[in-house]
Design a binder for this molecule. Structure first.
Ligand code: 4AD
Ligand code: MG
Length: 480
């Protein structure tokens, strides 16, 4: 059967032509007004039934949560909430929803906390908030592809199962089909991974970067957009154990080109949602305003959600070297007053999110790109600077989010990379192919990784990363 989506109908002019719609009942008022939602838009379609023409038994089944099919004509609405509504001529209940059962769920029409929504993640997509966030997540995904495809990048799929640790951080999920009770062992009593499925130790990928580099050195401009996994025990509002990362990698780009790319890309996708998600953005902006009312005045944000997005789109990101940033932090009020949990006393300190947020939210008050970090706190593959102390790393820091992008110019010199790997105990047997890239037509190249959920958080104003992904995986939680 042919039916139309509510988003399209709500944009249409009233006409006498009959239309069919399907969706889920949000509410049924006075035995007359059905608020119907099909997910295509935040807005409900008002369907007006003339109860004299319908069986009592049928009307009883039109309850919150039920799936129904409606046929009728689209007429000018008599009510004030909408321009058009449906005058129902026939109605079919496709799937009932027992009101007593619905009462116990987040489908019941009242305010539910985001925590409660997470517990019923299989139903939360039918709420206004989560529906809006997920529509925006989808639009942002499309914008990501559109940006790269328009700019000559090729999309590549990097492996999910890998035999190497791209970040050298060792926080990986093992992939194995060996018996946990009785694994095969070597003569020394260690687990014998030669007998494992792949004949070696394997893990879920933490980043597609190293494989993306191999493709950049042949296709020129590439990007990945896929799931990545980190077994870090971080219970924060910005960490997931499974998250989606976008990783462009470009041959012949240096760090400055890389910064330009990151800035241009982020602005493009945010502009895209400003243009294409007006209703959902307006809704989420109001949600945020309501939420912030419960906060003390000085913790409320100065800008509304859309003002924040416009601010990022319309202003240059501030580019600051790590060394400059350390000076600012060292002399900052919170540092002097010992307000930082990790005080900054010397060059070389790793920056914590409290420091990043100070720089972005209090000092510069705009997105910041920090670059040229100490080699000791960054990954092995980053290009060593002439000072031999710093590497061509860059992090993009966002208000309310902290680090949204991490990237670098890559070490393209064979000998330098080889000795760096030795210093950092990165086994050459694992990454011989990565090293070999530097033997055959090596060239300056750069790339970065953007955490997609952090981008969705920024664009939707959601405070917790668990509320911007369908089914969050975090320490102790893999329900659904
Ligand atoms: O800074 P990271 O660890 O960089 C890399 O993985 C590089 N290999 C990327 C590259 O150069 N191609 O991670 C990149 C971004 C972070 O800036 C952050 O936005 C996000 O990924 N991220 C996470 N997002 C959610 N949960 C986590 N546990 C995350 N860890 C990193
Ligand atoms: Mg990082």
């Amino acid at each position: 059967m042919n039916y139309q989506d509510i988003a399209t109908l709500l944009q249409s002019d009233p006409s006498l032509i009959e239309v069919n719609v399907r969706g889920w009942v949000r509410s049924f008022r006075s035995n007359r007004f059905i608020a119907l939602n099909d997910g295509s838009t935040l807005h409900n379609l008002q369907c007006v039934v003339d109860y004299d023409n319908f069986e009592e038994a049928l009307l009883k089944k039109i309850t919150t949560g039920a799936a129904i099919a409606v046929t009728g004509v689209l007429v000018e609405s008599q009510g004030s909430g909408q321009a058009v509504e449906i005058q129902v001529s026939s109605l079919e209940v496709l799937g009932v929803a027992d009101p007593e059962e619905v009462k116990k769920t987040i489908l019941s029409p009242k305010r539910h906390s985001l925590e409660k929504l997470r517990e019923q993640a299989h139903l939360r997509v039918r709420t206004n908030t989560f529906g809006a966030v997920m529509r925006m997540r989808s639009k942002l995904s499309f914008a990501v592809h559109e940006y790269f495809q328009k700019n000559g990048f090729y999309y590549m799929h990097t492996p999910i199962i890998t035999g190497s640790d791209a970040e050298g951080a060792g926080e990986m999920f093992r992939v194995s089909n060996l018996s946990l009770e009785n694994p095969p062992t070597t003569e020394d009593g260690d687990i014998d991974f030669k007998k494992d499925f792949f004949g070696k130790e394997t893990n879920l990928t933490v980043s597609g970067q190293l494989e993306a580099e191999t493709f950049a050195m042949g296709l020129g401009k590439v990007y990945t957009f896929g799931p990545t996994f980190r077994a870090e025990n971080s219970n924060t509002s910005r960490h997931l154990a499974e998250f989606w990362m976008i990783e462009p990698e470009v041959a012949f780009y240096d760090l400055a080109d890389n910064m330009d790319l990151a800035e241009d890309f982020i602005k493009y996708v945010l502009r895209y949602v400003l243009e294409h998600c007006a209703d959902d953005l307006e809704f989420l902006e109001n949600r945020l305003l309501q939420e912030e009312k419960s906060k003390p005045q000085n913790e409320r944000s100065e800008m509304t959600l859309r003002e924040k997005l416009h601010f990022v789109v319309d202003n240059n990101f501030k580019r600051v070297s790590y060394t400059e940033a350390i000076d600012i932090l060292k002399n900052s009020k919170p540092n002097k007053k010992k307000k930082f949990k990790y005080p900054i006393d010397a060059w070389g300190a790793d920056l914590q999110s409290e420091h990043e947020r100070f720089l972005v939210e209090k000092h510069f008050k705009c997105p910041v790109i920090l670059f040229d970090y100490p080699a000791t706190i960054k990954a092995f593959y980053m290009r060593l600077n002439e000072d031999e102390k710093t590497v061509r790393a860059m992090d993009v820091l966002f208000p309310g989010i902290g680090e949204i992008v991490g990237g670098s110019q890559r070490e393209e010199r064979y000998d330098v990379l080889k000795s760096k790997m030795e210093q950092m105990d990165i086994p050459e047997e694992e990454l011989w192919w990565y090293l070999e890239l530097r033997k055959f037509g090596t060239a300056v190249h750069s790339g970065f990784g953007l955490g997609f959920e952090r981008l969705v958080q920024f664009a939707t104003g959601m405070g917790n990363i668990r509320d911007v992904i369908p089914y969050p995986r975090t320490p102790g939680n893999a329900e659904f």
